[in-house]
Design a protein around this ligand. Structure first.
Ligand code: SAM
Ligand code: DTB
Ligand code: SF4
Length: 305
């Protein structure tokens, strides 16, 4: 809370100092998302267009084929992404679901990208099988504070998320874990989310900070947008408290101005989701992003832009 309450110039200065100690401040890591299994999820997450309980018009789609996934991963690599993240709208994968995801991970790895999946909660033993297939990262978000969680999701508990995070860590897979802001939570909730993330031992290697995409039909469709500077502060506090993490400016970029995104990079964000779709919603065109990198003098880490 003390960090979130600092005058913005002081907070930005602290975030930039920490950022420069551990990263090139002019480099961005690019991750591309693909929804490999869309819609029909039994969970009731209030923000999510893929919950079966919200009338959002998202069409259910079965698991994509290996050919479709490999083609999308190759395109992402050609565009300059270094990590490919595959998302499935599951509460938790069944054994036969997991069996079908393993070759997809192996195929993406073979193309020469870092691999990431987000499949929901994992049972004992599943993380090890993903690791053996070549999985580098598992995305599993805490999403908000423990106190606010029950206002957004009732079909699982915070503890369930922490248990899965423990299984991923124990298997030696790198952890991608962050949250969503702009859901009507208080500043204290945002502080508590970051405290949860930063106190994971060790803290996550990747921290996606999503700004709620307000999707018609979800319970949060009419939520008031978060003040822009409060979003920047959240990024800066994530940077200060998790100095070696890739802090990702995640969902919500499509409605952000270039100036706001630039402030986020100045606050220590050094990763984005890159590519024209997130999972079911839009993301800026790659050409528009490349023009922004050019104007700001940013380079994609590991690649010339
Ligand atoms: N079903 C799995 C799970 O919940 O862990 C994986 C997919 S789920 C769509 C991945 C993450 O997307 C969620 O944890 C949430 O942080 C983010 N997300 C979903 N809908 C969003 C929205 N409307 N705005 C911002 N982030 C969203
Ligand atoms: C994360 O933190 N954000 C991504 C990824 N991890 C899987 C997903 C954002 C989803 C936004 C809503 C949608 O496109 O369906
Ligand atoms: Fe299902 Fe994940 Fe969406 Fe929740 S966030 S409804 S678990 S797909």
């Amino acid at each position: 809370m003390a960090l979130l309450e600092l005058p913005l110039p002081e907070l930005m200065f602290r975030a930039q100092c920490v950022h420069r100690e551990h990263f090139d401040p002019n480099a961005l890591q690019l991750s591309t998302l693909l929804s490999i299994k869309t819609g029909g999820c039994p969970e009731d997450c209030g923000y999510c267009p893929q919950s079966v309980r919200h009338p959002t018009g998202v069409e259910d789609e079965p698991l994509l084929s290996l050919e479709e996934v490999a083609a999308a991963a190759q395109r992402a690599k050609d565009e300059g992404a270094t990590r490919f993240c595959m998302g499935a709208a599951w509460r938790s994968p069944k054994e036969r679901d997991l069996e079908r995801v393993l070759p997809l991970v192996a195929a993406v790895k073979e193309i020469g990208l870092e691999t990431c999946v987000t499949l929901g909660m994992l049972k004992e033993g599943q993380a090890e099988r993903l690791r053996d297939a070549g999985l580098d990262y598992y995305n599993h978000n805490l999403d908000t504070s423990p106190e606010f969680y029950g206002r957004i999701i009732t079909t699982r508990e915070y503890r369930d998320r922490l248990d899965t995070l423990g299984r991923i860590r124990a298997a030696g897979i790198r952890v991608c874990c962050g949250g969503i802001v702009g859901m009507g939570e208080s500043r204290r909730d945002r502080a508590a989310l970051i405290a949860q993330l930063a106190n994971l031992d060790p803290y996550p290697e990747s921290v996606p900070i999503n700004n709620l995409v307000r999707v018609a039909g979800t319970p949060l469709a009419d939520e008031q947008p978060l003040d822009e500077f409060e979003f920047v502060r959240t990024i800066a506090v994530a940077r200060v408290t998790m100095p070696r993490s890739y802090v990702r400016l995640s969902a919500g970029r499509e409605t952000m101005s270039d100036a706001l995104q630039a402030l986020c990079f100045l606050a220590g964000a050094n990763s984005i989701f890159y590519g024209e779709r997130l999972l079911t919603t839009g993301n800026p065109q790659t050409e528009k992003d490349r023009a922004l990198f050019e104007r700001l003098g940013l380079t994609a880490s590991g690649h010339a832009c």
